[in-house]
Design a protein around this ligand. Structure first.
Ligand code: NAD
Ligand code: TYD
Length: 353
């Protein structure tokens, strides 16, 4: 199989490639990435020399570039991770979210339609479009209840609204053109190689630098945390065993208030670095809340468990410890993504591709 992995140089995409490239030597994996600020090719060092791996620097919002890519690399499977993914950035500047998440998804769907044909009229080629989406499309829960695949879409941020739009486009291509698609809507991920703008890596980094730990509002918002490798395995399980045209919710059954996440991190970082925990807890700082801040996300993952036999392997405690250890062992990775030098190196080495 020729597998195009969009956004493969980002957090989840790079963890996915690190798992799947060595596991499936008979499949060719092409990482399709614009290499935005969120990408890091150091995350792909372990697979970059593999015979079944290639990198194409492509902006999915650029139709001509996507069209050229598909002419060269007709895929059997597209796994679509590429997105602008940070809610706070979407509040500050939503334009790139509309371009990449909506137009970019549209371009990929059009390219697949051109390559595979309209299944309702007899497909040219058997393909599959796997769309990686988020539970944030469902909006916010109150104190009770879980998101199921039937929950009404009700996105709150420009990020989640753009992801919701992309989900609708994917479903429309399935219903209108018979395109073989599958969608996964996953809860918050954490783990190695996550850009330190998201809650968990940001807090670890601030603890190591003894900077204030910014907690939005009262820190009572709840997220359902899933270790990144468990998400990657869920995607592969749906590709292999999920039903074409269906949506699967993916979650860790691990609901935590933000303040609990920060307290747990303080305890683990203190243990792992031989620091007094009170020194880290003393860095907690309550700051102005995020506008439109969803109160609670929680996933009912019954369908993927029943139909695809998937369950998460890591608990919150084991996953968090692995994550802290990774950031302690890979400080150069964090420094690199934060430095202007790294961007210059990426542009010099990958600018023309
Ligand atoms: P990320 O921001 O770490 O990585 C995104 C990747 O996409 C980067 O490598 C970036 O360079 C690339 N990209 C951005 N714009 C592009 C464009 N126009 N053309 C080509 N490549 C482009 O994101 P992530 O956390 O790895 O998320 C991956 C996917 O999973 C996203 O679709 C996101 O909505 C979804 N998701 C994320 C989470 C989470 O907790 N991180 C949870 C559920 C779903
Ligand atoms: P984030 O990692 O940005 O993911 P998302 O917004 O997609 O859920 O944030 C997770 C939670 O942590 C969210 O409720 C916002 C909160 N948060 C903070 O309190 N402080 C921070 O510095 C960040 C980045 C997030």
């Amino acid at each position: 199989m020729n597998v195009l992995v969009t956004g493969g140089a980002g957090f989840i995409g790079s963890n996915f490639l690190n798992l799947m490239v060595p596991r499936y030597p008979a499949h060719r994996f092409v990482c399709v990435d614009k290499l935005t600020y969120a990408a890091n090719l150091q995350s792909l060092e372990a697979v970059s020399g593999a015979a079944n791996y290639a990198l194409e620097r492509v902006d999915i919002a650029d139709w001509d570039a996507v069209d050229r890519l598909f002419a060269k690399e007709t895929p059997d499977l597209v796994i679509h991770f590429a997105a602008e993914s940070h809610v706070d950035r979407s509040i500050l500047g939503p334009r790139d979210f509309v371009k990449t998440n909506i137009e970019g998804t549209f371009n990929l769907l059009e390219a697949c339609r051109k390559a595979w044909g309209n299944t309702k009229e007899g497909a040219k080629k058997q393909g599959l479009f796997h769309h990686v989406s988020t539970d944030e499309v469902y909006g916010s829960l109150g104190d009770e209840g879980l998101f199921t695949e039937e929950t009404r879409y009700d996105p709150s941020s420009p990020y989640s609204a753009s992801k919701a739009s992309s989900d609708h486009l994917v479903r429309a291509y399935s219903r209108t053109y018979g395109m073989p698609v599958k969608i996964t809507n996953c809860s918050n991920n954490y783990g190695p190689r996550q850009f330190p703008e998201k809650l968990i890596p940001l807090m670890i980094q601030h603890m190591l630098e003894r900077k204030p730990l910014p907690i939005y509002g009262k820190g009572l918002n709840v997220r359902d945390w899933l270790y990144v490798d468990d998400h990657c395995e869920a995607i592969w399980a749906v590709i292999e065993r999920g039903v074409v045209g269906e949506t699967y919710n993916v979650g860790g059954n691990s609901e935590k208030k933000n303040i609990e996440v920060v307290d747990t991190l303080c305890a683990i970082v203190a243990q792992e670095t031989g620091t007094k925990v009170d020194e880290l807890l003393g860095l907690k700082t309550y700051v102005t809340d995020r506008p439109g801040h969803d109160l609670r996300y929680a996933i009912d993952a019954t369908k993927i468990r029943r139909e695809c036999g998937w369950t998460p392997k890591e608990t919150f405690e084991t996953g968090m410890r692995k994550t802290v250890r990774w950031y302690l062992d890979n400080r150069a990775w964090v420094e690199a993504v934060k430095s202007g030098e790294y961007r210059k190196w990426m542009d010099a080495n990958y600018g023309g591709r």
